[in-house]
Write a protein that binds this ligand. Structure first.
Ligand SMILES: C[S@@+](CC[C@H](N)C(=O)[O-])C[C@H]1O[C@@H](n2cnc3c(N)ncnc32)[C@H](O)[C@@H]1O
Length: 199
């Protein structure tokens, strides 16, 4: 990792902590994943040999940067979805600073709408870090857009177990998926779909 990327990650971590302490209004908080979860996400992207990644819940782009690191900063592509005008603006600036704007497409809008519009098997890996109460409703489209052999990672499995459990049960009962919860950060739910890469 270059010094510039290392410094930017540190800066975003400090900004996120300070910002989220100062803002009572949840919609103004960055709610970034932890550094350890970012490292895990990066390694998971690399190890699964993903090249097309979907992120739902951009915020200011902190986790996008970890995904990009997993992709090697110049290979692969990321589509990231965010509905907040304010956060979309911050994320664009951070992508530019990191020099990853060429590999990232921002969808500015509702994740449910985006998923409806997406073609089957469009992504190798989906990272879910958004409105947990919607995950069960999104599941038919999430599994449709994920290619066979693909992976899904979702944040907050341990920090918000009551909200997360219905989604976890749906994925666990799907015969095409195996899954586990990795106790890193706020709890990363990690699911893998059967099938061969490139199918
Ligand atoms: C936990 S934050 C994402 C943090 C980010 N992944 C990171 O670690 O840097 C969740 C984000 O999802 C966005 N969000 C929530 N529900 C959404 C929806 N239905 N469609 C699009 N974005 C949504 C929120 O505006 C918020 O910025």
């Amino acid at each position: 990792m270059s010094d510039a990327i290392r410094d930017l990650l540190r800066e975003l971590e400090e900004f996120g902590e300070r910002n989220d302490r100062e803002h009572g209004d949840r919609s103004r908080r960055m709610l970034n994943l932890t550094r350890e979860a970012g490292e895990f996400l990066s390694v998971a992207v690399r190890a699964s040999r993903a090249s097309k990644v979907l992120e739902i819940g951009t915020s200011n782009g902190y986790s996008t940067l970890w995904i990009a690191l997993g992709l090697g900063l110049d290979g692969g592509s990321i589509v990231t979805v965010e509905r907040s005008d304010h956060k979309v603006g911050l994320a664009a600036k951070n992508r530019e600073r990191a020099g990853i704007e060429g590999m990232v497409s921002q969808y500015h809008g509702e994740a449910g709408t985006f998923l409806e519009e997406c073609a089957d098997h469009s992504f190798d890996l989906v990272f879910l870090d958004s409105d947990r109460t919607e995950y069960v409703a999104w599941w038919p489209n999430l599994r449709r857009v994920l290619r066979p052999g693909g992976a899904l990672i979702a944040d907050n499995a341990l920090s918000h177990p009551d909200e997360f459990a219905p989604f976890q049960r749906v994925v666990e009962s799907d015969p095409e998926f195996i899954s586990c919860v990795v106790p890193v950060g706020k709890g990363e739910f990690f699911a893998s779909r059967v099938g061969n890469s490139g199918e």
